[in-house]
Design a protein around this ligand. Structure first.
Ligand code: NOJ
Length: 546
């Protein structure tokens, strides 16, 4: 089937279901809640939804530990509500993509339970290794979440590999039967009408032959042996040829530690490219090294370098996925912006990425400038990764670090109104609501034309109205500035100039040559002060002709 690459015209909204909206009052976000908010999502100008996992799951990693791939969890409303949401989205011209998590399953998945008992054909569905005579583990790899990557199973009498939590055993993708299972899952959802997949840590699915020890990496030991492993392209091509190519669908691959050159091996636009877009992590490393774990002060230059590198290196070859938030990182206003200038910095961050070339993703709550959550004790955190992070530090040192790095910072319930529980549920919320919901919420921002929410709406509408945002060449101005981010988007007919301040002081700036006649299309302050940008001010100008 022809690939129309429809995603290039779209803006996606990411729903992390547990915390989005509770429709039945049990304290957990669900699809009934999503259904009620479809108009709201559409009102943003978003025309695609990415659902973080909705499948049945014991929930030790909030759904990224799946126990049944072809169903929807009862707590989210089951298949019946999923169909309603899917139809409701399609009726509004919106697309829906699912999270495909096939590097690992839950240990409660039937396949794993049978594999432990050596029931055929499941015996080799997972990566099992016998005990070594010297009592050592099968290799020295670390788990991304808890300790070493191996767990002994007394029932089978062998170790299994888990790159994430102990309850998330890795599938053995080298087994053709496992790949057939993945294809069945893909077909199942595509036949049901979903429009594509976000593929969870998909670059991890092929492990180095013989699972050798890793000597290089001081942390996440093992990663070079399983990230972009030896058969990754073969397996992804197989999924494409056998299933995906029969549908006009989209695939978005999550890829830790990937740079543009490597990404192009997957996403270079050819009729058979394995993947359409990539979630890279460089744009999330402007205040850390490799991952949120190793915190550094925010550097605008690092953020700009990441944006520019991906814009320039993919130009004419592949398509960018654009984002600044998701369920795996603290809120971006708290990281890259300023809680003191919350609304201003939320808008500047929005303009910084919404006018780049690619398909933007907005994470629930980002559009109202939700901030990170700062609990009083580290035992208030729920997330399996957070619970293991910095666990050897004393509480007084651990807590501030978790405030900076925890994924739970962005997993608190969506702030819909200033009513009890932020309007998220009429019951008892499954998780803490950020106390600032009385000031930061959708209802209040609906009524304020200058709100962050209405800024997102205007910016997305502009993006859709202007061909230069989709097609224009990207050019960064003043790359060395650590206070301003300025870029041009250019076609023969139009030029767009985006200027974003990341400074809490007034900053002088000069319009680029020939731009003085540019028309101000969007600004984060109600008026314009020539030559000066106020704290975290951003502006977007348009000029006709080149
Ligand atoms: C990436 C997902 O985004 C994250 O939430 C999850 O914990 C890991 N992959 C493991 O599935």
């Amino acid at each position: 089937m022809e690939r129309t690459r429809w995603y290039k015209d779209m803006v996606f909204y990411q729903i992390w279901p547990r915390s989005f909206c509770d429709g039945n009052g049990d304290g957990i976000g669900d699809l009934q809640g999503v259904y009620e908010k479809l108009d709201y999502i559409q009102s943003l100008g978003a025309d695609g939804i990415w659902f973080s996992p909705l499948y049945p799951s014991p929930g030790i990693d909030c759904g990224y530990d799946i126990s049944d791939y072809m169903n929807i969890a009862a707590e989210y409303g089951g298949m019946e509500w999923f169909r309603k949401v899917l139809d409701g989205a399609h009726a509004r011209g919106m697309k829906v993509i699912m999270d495909l998590v096939v590097n690992h399953t839950s240990d409660e998945h039937e396949w794993f339970q049978k594999s432990r008992r050596r029931v055929d054909p499941y015996t080799d569905y997972y990566i099992w290794r016998p005990k070594k005579a010297n009592g050592k583990l099968p290799n020295n790899w670390d788990s991304n979440f808890e300790g070493k990557a191996w767990q002994y199973d007394p029932l089978r009498g062998e170790y299994y590999l888990h790159l994430f939590a102990v309850k998330q055993p890795d599938l053995n993708m080298d087994n053709p039967l496992v790949r057939e299972e993945v294809k069945k899952v893909l077909r199942f959802w595509l036949e049901l009408g979903v429009d594509g997949f976000r593929e969870d840590v998909i670059t991890y699915i092929s492990k180095a032959e013989g699972l050798p020890d890793d000597h290089l990496f001081p942390v996440y030991k093992g990663m070079p042996k399983y990230n972009h492993g030896p058969h990754i392209h073969e397996y992804l091509s197989e999924f494409r040829t056998d299933v995906l190519s029969h549908y006009d669908c989209m695939t978005l691959a999550e890829a830790p530690l990937v740079w543009p050159k490597r990404a192009l091996e997957y996403i270079r636009e050819t009729p058979n490219s394995e993947i359409d877009m990539m979630i890279q992590f460089q744009c999330m490393c402007a205040d850390c090294l490799f991952s949120d774990y190793f915190h550094l002060p925010f550097s605008l230059r690092r953020m700009k370098r990441a944006f520019s590198s991906w814009q320039n290196k993919l130009e004419g070859k592949a398509w960018n996925m654009l984002y600044l938030e998701n369920h795996d990182h603290p809120r971006v206003v708290s990281r890259y912006g300023s809680e003191q200038y919350r609304a201003e910095s939320a808008k500047s961050l929005a303009a910084a990425y919404l006018f780049l070339k690619g398909t933007p993703f907005v994470y629930q709550g980002q559009e109202i400038g939700m901030t990170s959550w700062y609990p009083e004790h580290s035992d208030m955190y729920e997330d399996v990764q957070t619970r293991n992070q910095y666990r050897n530090l004393p509480e007084s040192r651990r807590l501030p670090k978790l405030h900076q790095a925890s994924r739970d910072s962005a997993r608190t319930p969506m702030q819909w109104s200033d009513e009890e529980n932020a309007g998220f549920t009429s019951g008892k919320p499954w998780f803490y609501v950020n106390r600032n919901y009385t000031e930061i919420n959708v209802a209040q921002q609906e009524n304020d034309p200058e709100s962050v929410l209405n800024f997102y709406r205007k910016a997305i509408a502009l993006r859709k109205a202007l061909p230069v945002v989709k097609d224009g060449i990207y050019r960064e101005l003043h790359p060395l500035s650590n206070r301003l981010y300025m870029y041009l988007r250019q076609t023969k007919q139009q030029q767009l100039l985006v200027v974003c301040s990341f400074s809490s002081k007034a900053e002088r700036f000069r319009m680029p040559k020939g731009f003085t006649s540019g028309e101000l299309l969007l600004g984060s302050y109600p008026d314009e002060e020539p030559g000066v940008l106020r704290p975290y001010e951003c502006r977007v100008y348009l000029k006709q002709g080149d």
